[in-house]
Design a protein around this ligand. Structure first.
Ligand code: NAI
Ligand code: MG
Length: 403
């Protein structure tokens, strides 16, 4: 047993939070390792205590064991953890007998099992990170033009588990993907979008707080319901500008006028597709974080998948996972009413922002040469100073909730 120094004998009064880490497949374990190092250090610097449990999961785990994750993993996420951080799931050749992605049970098990209905995806371009439109490292917009949050409904739509292939005469000739939109599902995610808009500073272009409803209400019944609920919810937020845009028009507006958008809200599959494009505006999949949030639980992960094409090469960008970790600490702080946890999350984002602005910690996907762990090291180097600054200023002023 370690000898305790005088003064450390009194019982710990440190605030504690519990996190389940699910590294998963491909680059998942590589980026989660860095996110965990950064999150643990940020908590430590803020005088906070983080308890961790880590479970293997995903397609490769299924190939080895016949299970997508250990039996104790979901109960730990549901009953023990304050929050979950996932790497990614999916591995070539790992397919369940019904044709589904092996490992998908982890992702959908958490989304449906913990009712994580709001998939919150900030797209913010930090100075020093080139956007990836045309695949070129070119500057077209000032970085401050891109600062929006897209919110994707996460428990309904085309990904709700009501689909399948119909077999006729021994041949699969028909496949059906039904799309379920409910009033309750629409209302709660739309409300989340308006609440978030209230806490933000408005669109970068004109400073207006605005929520954009992205749909295809001209042809889809589910979208007409979604839009109708949007209009009803909007009545309670007269301080926030609203607009409707069809999803196809939104895709081009996103690239042509990113500065117009503040908060966008949309249905599940449309949000899945639109947020990959939004990620390009902020530097690509390697830097796009997300939070999947319900009323009692939350799970955080980079928008990207397991990237088998670069897995094992040590070049995956961990910033998406690290920034997801920052969102996680912010959410834990909101849940606990704790400025200290929120400060630790803010310190990570500030450290990343300062690092890339100085041209450090850039991996190949954003025009640099640093490997995965070198990026983690560079964030850690920045963090100590930033965490000290954040905790002293959070003691002086109330913090606003970030995306
Ligand atoms: P992906 O996001 O894994 O990769 C798309 C492209 O982005 C690839 O060129 C990849 O190299 C690059 N990329 C992704 N993450 C990166 C990072 N951190 N740093 C640098 N470059 C990065 O999408 P893809 O290829 O469609 O899917 C691969 C597997 O992941 C599939 O099995 C898919 O089902 C699964 N997937 C899992 C998700 C999840 O766990 N939430 C989400 C999306 C896909
Ligand atoms: Mg996706």
């Amino acid at each position: 047993m370690k000898a305790k120094r005088p003064g450390s004998l009194k019982p710990s009064t440190r605030e504690t939070a519990r996190v389940v880490w699910l590294p998963g497949d491909g680059v998942g374990p590589e980026v989660v390792r860095e996110a965990r190092r950064v999150v643990e250090r940020a908590a430590e610097l803020a005088g906070l205590e983080l308890e961790s449990r880590e479970y293997p999961c995903g397609g490769r785990y299924w190939l080895q064991t016949g299970k997508e994750w250990p039996d104790e993993a979901f109960p730990a996420c549901r009953d023990w953890a304050d929050a979950v951080l996932l790497g990614a799931v999916g591995w070539p050749g790992a397919t369940l007998p019904n044709g589904d992605l092996a490992g998908g049970g982890v992702l959908f098990g958490l989304r449906f099992g913990l009712d994580l209905y709001a998939n919150v995806r900030p797209a913010k371009l930090f100075p020093g990170i080139p956007h990836r439109v045309c695949g070129a490292f070119r500057v077209v917009w000032p970085p401050e033009s891109v600062d929006m949050v897209l919110i994707r409904e996460n428990t309904e739509g085309c990904y709700a588990p009501v689909h399948g292939q119909l077999t006729r005469g021994g041949t699969s000739e028909v496949a059906v993907d039904s799309r379920i939109i409910t009033r309750k599902g629409a209302e709660r995610v739309i409300r989340h979008a308006f609440e978030l808009a209230r806490e933000r500073q408005g669109a970068p272009g004109d400073g207006k707080r605005r929520v954009t409803c992205i749909d295809k209400a001209n042809v889809m019944a589910g979208c007409r319901l979604f839009r109708g609920v949007f209009d009803e919810v909007a009545l309670a937020y007269p301080d926030i500008a609203t607009e409707h845009i069809y999803v196809d028009a939104f895709m081009q507006a996103l690239v042509r006028q990113p500065e117009h958008f503040d908060v966008g809200v949309t249905t599940n599959m449309m949000g899945d597709i639109a947020t990959d494009l939004a990620a390009v505006l902020q530097g690509g999949m390697g830097v796009a974080p997300s939070g999947e949030i319900g009323d009692r639980h939350a799970m955080f992960e980079g928008v990207h998948g397991s990237a088998p094409d670069i897995a094992g090469k040590g070049i995956a960008n961990p910033l998406a996972a690290i920034l997801s970790g920052a969102m996680m600490l912010d959410w834990i702080g909101c849940r606990k009413g704790s400025a200290a946890w929120r400060g630790a999350g803010a310190a990570i984002e500030t450290a990343v922002r300062a690092m890339v602005a100085a041209g450090e910690g850039l991996s190949p996907d954003i025009g640099g040469t640093e490997g995965t762990s070198a990026v983690g090291d560079a964030v850690l180097r920045r963090l100590a100073g930033e965490a000290r600054r954040a905790s002293s200023s959070s003691a002086r002023r109330p913090r606003r909730r970030r995306a």
